[in-house]
Write a protein of this length. Structure first.
Length: 94
């Protein structure tokens, strides 16, 4: 149990640091999730949203093209916490 809590704390800390360095990713993540929800999706993949961000973004949008898959879980949890209408939109695995 201790290891699991430590990993989650590390994910949260590193996720916040990454988010602060790359706020444009959060903006795009929310925009795309809202589009998907408005088109009727009840659930979706956070990793799928990251892939859409990579595909749609001009290479100049992100410094050194840093759309890091290590933080998909962080963004999924953040979205569901900050926007209650997205509760259950992502399946969170341990």
């Amino acid at each position: 149990m201790f290891f699991k809590l430590k990993v989650m704390k590390t994910l949260d800390t590193k996720g916040r640091e990454y988010d602060e360095k790359h706020p444009e990713i959060w903006t795009e993540f929310v925009r795309i999730a809202r589009q998907l929800k408005s088109k009727g999706h009840k659930r979706y993949s956070a990793r799928g949203i990251f892939e859409v961000i990579r595909f749609e973004a001009p290479s100049t949008l992100f410094d050194e093209y840093k759309v890091n898959n290590n933080f998909t879980k962080y963004y999924a949890i953040k979205l569901m916490k900050e926007y209650k209408e997205f509760e259950g939109f992502f399946e969170i695995r341990n």
